[in-house]
Design a protein around this ligand. Structure first.
Ligand SMILES: [Zn+2]
Length: 369
C-alpha cells in the first residue's frame, strides 16, 4: 500500500528546500500544494507574524463528521546549516553530502504524514477526522506550536512525529525544566587598603552553594550551576557574581519545590552578608508523563502490533511540540521516526524506518476511526 518511491521522493524534495526557523515560506508553499492536491482543506495561520517569520503553521483538515479527531504533526523548520542540502541515497539510507544537516528532523515526519494520508485516500480506508499541522520555529522554542490554536480543532489524540529512535517507540515522559541566572550583588572595596568595607559576592555565593542541592537530586530531578562570571580585578573585593543555573524534574511539584528552596537559600545567605540577590531563573516548557494504561498508548501499541514492529516507551530530556499541546490539555504523544544523529552534518535516516513510520500512521488512523 505504501508507495516507497513516492515517499522517498517527496522527502528528498522537501529536504532540498532550505527552511531555517522563521524562514519556512518555500517549504510551507510546497506542503500546502501537496495537501490541497490530496484533497484536504488547507489554511495557514498567522503564527509567524508575531516573530517576524515569513510563514505560519500550515494546517490541513480531512473531514470525517461525527468521528474522533486525530492531529498529526511535524515541524517544517530545521537547524543550521541547512542551505543547499544535497540528499544522497546509499545502501537504503538517506544522508546529506556532509556539508549540511539532512533535515530528516523533521521533514521525514511531514513526508510520512503526507504518504499515510495518500494511502488512506487511495484505498478508501475509513479514518477519523484528521488535522495535519506542519509547525514553524520548533527548533527555537516550540514557537509555532505555542501560537497554534489547538482549542479550535480540539483533537482527541495528537501524534507528533519528531523523535530519533526506531519507529515503535513513543515518548511517554519529558521533564519540566527551568533555567536562568542568579546574581549576587556585594560591594566593591580595595582588597589591600579597606577590604572590610567590601562585601565579596563570591563569598556569599560560596556559602549559598554549600547549602544547595546540586547534581542528581533523585531519580527524577537534577540541577546544575554550569557557568560562573564575576570579578573586576585581583585587588578589588568582588562586587558581583552571576551564576548560570538550571534544574529539571519529571515531577512538576519537585521542580517547584527545588526552585523555591534554591531561592530561599540565596535570599537568606545574601541577607546574612548584607548583599543583594536577583533571581532570573524562569520555567521553560512543561513536562508530561503518560501512564501505561493511557488510551493514546493503547492505540499506538495496537498499531505497532498491526505493523509487526516492537512497541516501546521511553523518556527524553528534551522538548517537542507535544509538550505545548499536553500543557494545553490535549493528549499528545511524540513518536520516534528513525531520524538519527539529528542536528549534525552526519544526520541520516533509513528508508525502511520511513516506510514503517508511515505504516504506523496508517494503522493508528485505522484503529482510531
Ligand atoms: Zn525536531
Amino acid at each position: 500500500m505504501i508507495n516507497k518511491e513516492r515517499l522517498v521522493e517527496n522527502f528528498i524534495n522537501m529536504a532540498k528546500i532550505s527552511s531555517p526557523s522563521l524562514k519556512e515560506r518555500e517549504v510551507a508553499d510546497y506542503i500546502k500544494k501537496q495537501l490541497e492536491e490530496i484533497g484536504l482543506e488547507v489554511i495557514e495561520d498567522n503564527a509567524g507574524e508575531k516573530f517576524n517569520g515569513n510563514a505560519g503553521n500550515v494546517i490541513g483538515i480531512l473531514r470525517a463528521p461525527g468521528k474522533k479527531k486525530v492531529l498529526l504533526s511535524a515541524h517544517m523548520d530545521t537547524v543550521l546549516p541547512c542551505d543547499k542540502v544535497n540528499p544522497i541515497i546509499e545502501n537504503g539510507i538517506i544522508k546529506s553530502d556532509g556539508t549540511t544537516v539532512l533535515g530528516g528532523d523533521d521533514k521525514a515526519g511531514i513526508a510520512n504524514i503526507i504518504e499515510a494520508i495518500r494511502v488512506i485516500k487511495e484505498n478508501n480506508i475509513e479514518h477519523p477526522e484528521i488535522i495535519v499541522v506542519c509547525s514553524i520555529a520548533e527548533e527555537i522554542g516550540l514557537l509555532g506550536a505555542k501560537e497554534f490554536n489547538i482549542e479550535k480543532y480540539s483533537p482527541d489524540y495528537s501524534f507528533i512525529l519528531d523523535s530519533s529512535g526506531k519507529p515503535g517507540a513513543g515518548i511517554v515522559q519529558t521533564p519540566f525544566s527551568a533555567k536562568g541566572t542568579i546574581k549576587i550583588i556585594g560591594k566593591p572595596a580595595h582588597a589591600g587598603i579597606a577590604p572590610e568595607n567590601g562585601i565579596n559576592a563570591l563569598t556569599v555565593a560560596a556559602h549559598a552553594i554549600t547549602k544547595l542541592r546540586l547534581g542528581r537530586i533523585d531519580s527524577e530531578t537534577t540541577s546544575n550551576i554550569g557557568m560562573v562570571r564575576g570579578g573586576e580585578a585581583v585587588n578589588i573585593v568582588m562586587p558581583e557574581v552571576t551564576l548560570h543555573y538550571e534544574a529539571r524534574s519529571f515531577s512538576g511539584e519537585k521542580l517547584d519545590n527545588l526552585l523555591k528552596e534554591t531561592n530561599d537559600i540565596f535570599e537568606n545567605i545574601s541577607k546574612e552578608f548584607g548583599a543583594q540577590f536577583e533571581n532570573g531563573v524562569t520555567k521553560g516548557y512543561s513536562g508530561y508523563h503518560f501512564n501505561e494504561d493511557e488510551e493514546i498508548l493503547s492505540y499506538f501499541k495496537k498499531a505497532c502490533e498491526n505493523v509487526g514492529i516492537e512497541y516501546s516507551t521511553k523518556s527524553t530530556g528534551g522538548g517537542s511540540d507535544s509538550n505545548v499541546y499536553n500543557e494545553k490539555g490535549f493528549k499528545a504523544l511524540t513518536l520516534a521516526i528513525g531520524m538519527t544523529k539529528v542536528h549534525t552534518k552526519e544526520e541520516y535516516i533509513e528508508i525502511e524506518d520511513m516506510v514503517n513510520t508511515t505504516k504506523l500512521v496508517v494503522e493508528l488512523l485505522k484503529e482510531i476511526a
